[in-house]
Design a protein around this ligand. Sequence first.
Ligand code: GLA
Length: 375
Amino acid sequence: MNPLVTQEFISRFGEAPAHIVRSPGRVNLIGEHTDYNDGFVLPMAIDRAIWMAIRLRDDRQIKFHSVDFTDPVEFSLNDIQHQKGWGEYVRGVAWALEKAGYQLEGWEGVMLSNIPIGAGLSSSAALEMAVAKAFSIAGNWVLESQKMALIGQQAENEWVGANTGIMDQMIIAAGQVDHALLIDCRNLDTQQIPLPAGTALIIMDTTTRHSHTDSGYNERREQCETAAEHFGVSHLRDVTLQEFNLGADELAGLPRRRARHVISENKRVLEAGIAMSAGNATEMGELMNTSHVSMRDEFEITNEELNIMVALAQSLSGCFGARMTGGGFGGCAIALVKDEAAVAFVENIRSRYEKSTGLKPNIYICEASNGVEVL
Ligand code: GLA
């Protein structure tokens, strides 16, 4: 991708780019819809990414082409206005940085991506973090990873209008090769944890799609807030399973089930952190399986295809566990499998899923990569 983006830049601007930024997608190993409940998540940055080649301008213009979209993004930093399309992520980050007091300078460039859009692999957060990095290069200031993540989240929440949590931006800002990242979404403390030795992580894209501006995501958030209010806390992070069992009776059915997922999921993430640190793939796989059931039956964010994919994965030999990943309502599932079983697993799951659903899935063995970086 690196030579390709360089070539693309040269063909548009007639010279080599001054900087290349790589910003990865992410998968979440466990901890779904816990981030905006101030809870715990365990995502990793993946080896699918956005590559952005840029050069600085001496005015306050941004000009940016994507090989994947026909419309370029063009605007002046003196007048950042809403417009339609993918450029909203770019303008949103500029807006949030400016609001935070960073000195913004113009730049121009091109980007290429191999992160599928809407698959639950955070193509939008990857773009936000790439753009934040480009501004830090152009302005010649340092943007520390927590701050960068918060800027991206603000762009997404307040400019784009998707009420998402901090997980995606945080892992893309702070990921490290060969490691997943345990994040405490309350104080943004992090711990790098390697995948269990002898395992491979498989991403299984059902090819069904979601959008975070759809009502499902925000509706789940509201139901969690209702449940937190019932327990007299600001976030469900502060309710233990015991407290939940004692006090859930008077809570209406839907918020009660949503809360049960979040509270039990937080516990699973912490257990997963311990299991992974001990290299215990069996335990990690079991936690993934339980997490999927909780998302399917309590949080209700899976669809038929995700359930089929996960059940097929769990039935194959060498699989420790599987679950859907990301916001839900479509997109990807993941499986943790024995290294030596991985290639056969990929072939098997591909043909079985296609036979069951009539859809051609995208299946990849995936490696944990660095977060956003200048190459
Ligand atoms: C999306 C959001 C994240 C998180 C997940 C669900 O990816 O962007 O903040 O809430 O859904 O875990």
